[in-house]
Design a protein around this ligand. Structure first.
Ligand SMILES: NC(=O)C1=CN([C@@H]2O[C@H](COP(=O)(O)OP(=O)(O)OC[C@H]3O[C@@H](n4cnc5c(N)ncnc54)[C@H](O)[C@@H]3O)[C@@H](O)[C@H]2O)C=CC1
Ligand SMILES: CC(=O)N[C@@H]1[C@@H](OP(=O)(O)OP(=O)(O)OC[C@H]2O[C@@H](n3ccc(=O)[nH]c3=O)[C@H](O)[C@@H]2O)O[C@H](C(=O)O)[C@@H](O)[C@@H]1O
Length: 468
């Protein structure tokens, strides 16, 4: 039994779930600002998402537990760096009164009729999915849930979470029968550095509802938010699987690339050259070997299946093992290189270039740079570390490194340089000039970014996937 058609919630906002208003009327209500929206989580993905929702609906309250984030947004600014256009877009949305931010999630939930969840979904030390933040936010939403409301989860979730966890939680804590509110999973398929472009419509939007009406509503909502196609799949669990499959495909593919890359020495070929050539026909898309797989997405998503389901997942597990071994492999390429140059690692000084998990994104979760620093430090080397993209050097200092400014390392002298993350700012660095006078500088190129140094006088080049 769905809620009444054009009935309204206590605050006068139109019901959306179960409304038998024609789609055009619902679209008009949504884009006319009659449906208050709350977006929970204003991080790398949440702030761009809230901003695009504000552009479309004109009536968005962003919720974040970080008071600094709330203050910054309400001043019309973005704390998220490296997102072209985001600062201006946030400023315009706030100036237009289309976007405000608050730390009071319950008040926002009371006022909203469309609730969007985009908070972190991480894994714990045992690699178990950690849904504590998502369930906390669902509890907050439940406190303000009304018949006719719609809840959309955009945070990446283990398949079945909407059906088996969020739906019963919202119903029991919200006191609203599940037949009277909607819940859909509509994954965020966005890369940092191009978030606005992606959210606005770089790719089709996947949506899946816990019931038919939720799926219908999600399709209508994202028909307004995303200029690309909206692909409605059978249900929320299918949509959750789509997102996790995308990430698992990438992790397994990178695992293959890394395993192939480790053949470079014995094959005596540049494996990345072979991969690029192999990829010139449409049935091959081998990814790139590298120093490791970081971020809170690709290394985490396989565990949303491995840990959550009983089915044999040895391929996903093996790919995880291969990728998790790459930081040690990279560090050992440096240690081995030093020994080749007659340098005892315990007497060596090593410069690590790049600490964030990938270029341009200030995110350290699962970064391969940390285990690389740990491995080098435990071999007794003096480690300097530099990355202009992040100012959070504390984890690397705890691991034994001295975190330096890029300007300071230019005239340093090192026995080895290890490039882990190829920040654009490193373009200006004359790496060979960092070496000692009386022997070759060991260069370990973790991202095939320094291949021009291969064969250079004064440089002992070791490229992951290139010649090691
Ligand atoms: N970062 C990425 O490239 C992508 C991330 N995703 C997914 O999006 C989700 C969010 O990821 P990010 O935005 O990168 O995370 P983030 O760590 O950049 O931001 C999370 C934000 O949520 C806030 N927060 C934490 N607890 C909260 C609570 N109880 N209520 C309200 N706000 C709270 C934090 O203060 C922070 O501002 C994750 O599920 C992730 O898997 C999906 C696609 C791309
Ligand atoms: C399937 C897919 O491409 N997912 C994207 C991914 O973005 P993310 O920011 O995690 O970056 P990424 O390019 O996957 O890199 C992750 C890690 O893997 C490494 N990496 C990446 C590609 C590669 O060929 N080799 C490699 O070693 C990177 O250095 C990085 O440490 O995960 C995002 C997410 O879901 O959070 C997703 O929205 C993005 O579209």
């Amino acid at each position: 039994m769905s809620s009444d058609l054009t009935s309204t919630a206590a605050d006068g906002a139109p019901h959306v779930y179960g409304s038998s208003d024609a789609p055009d009327e619902l679209n008009a209500a949504l884009t006319g600002g009659e449906v208050p929206v709350a977006v929970y989580g204003l991080g790398k993905m949440g702030l761009p998402l809230a901003t695009v929702y504000a552009e479309v609906t004109g009536n968005v309250t962003g919720v974040d537990v970080d008071p600094g984030v709330v203050r910054r947004v309400n001043r019309g600014g973005s704390h998220v760096t490296g997102e072209p256009g985001l600062d201006d877009a946030v400023g315009e949305a706030v100036a237009a009164g289309a976007l405000t931010a608050t730390g009071d999630g319950e008040a926002a939930a009371e006022a909203a009729r469309l609730h969007v969840i985009i908070v972190p979904t991480l894994i714990d030390e045992g690699n178990e999915p950690d849904l504590s933040v998502v369930t906390e936010v669902a509890g907050t939403i439940a406190a303000g849930l009304e018949p006719g409301d719609m809840v959309v989860a955009e945070s990446t979730l283990p398949p079945r979470t909407c059906r088996d966890t969020l739906l019963p939680l919202l119903e029991s804590e919200g006191g609203v029968p599940r037949e009277e509110f909607g819940l859909a999973f509509c994954p965020e398929r966005t890369s940092s550095g191009r978030a606005l472009e992606d959210i606005r419509g770089a790719y089709p939007k996947i949506v899946g509802g816990v019931d038919d009406e939720s799926g219908r509503l999600a399709e209508l909502i994202y028909g307004n938010v995303n200029s690309n196609d909206v692909i409605r799949v059978s249900d929320a669990t299918t949509a959750e699987a789509v997102k996790v499959f995308e990430g698992v495909y990438r992790d397994v593919n990178i695992g293959l690339a890394n395993e192939l890359g480790r053949h470079a020495g014995e094959l005596d070929v540049d494996v990345t050259e072979a991969i690029e050539a192999a990829n010139t026909q449409p049935f091959c898309e081998i990814h790139r070997p590298g120093a490791g797989v970081g971020g809170h997405c690709i290394p985490y998503y396989p565990h949303f299946l491995i840990q959550e389901f009983d089915v044999d997942s040895r391929l996903m597990e093996t790919a995880r093992d291969v990728n998790e071994a790459m930081p040690a492999y990279t560090a050992n390429a440096a240690l081995d290189g030093l020994l080749n140059e007659g340098v005892d690692p315990a007497d060596a000084s090593v410069l690590v270039l790049g600490l964030t998990y990938r270029p341009g994104v200030d995110e350290l979760r699962a970064t391969p740079a940390l285990p690389i620093v740990e491995e080098l430090s435990s071999a007794g080397t003096d480690v300097d570390a530099v990355d202009p993209v992040t100012d959070d050097g504390e984890p690397f200092e705890r691991a034994g490194a001295a975190v330096r400014d890029l300007d300071d390392v230019g005239d340093g002298t090192y026995d080895a340089v290890v490039l882990v993350t190829d920040q654009p700012a490193f373009e200006s660095l004359d790496v060979p000039a960092l070496g000692p006078e009386d022997r070759d500088l060991v260069v370990v190129d973790g991202r095939q970014a320094l291949t021009e140094l291969r064969g250079r006088d004064g440089v002992a080049y070791r490229g992951v996937g290139v010649n090691v």
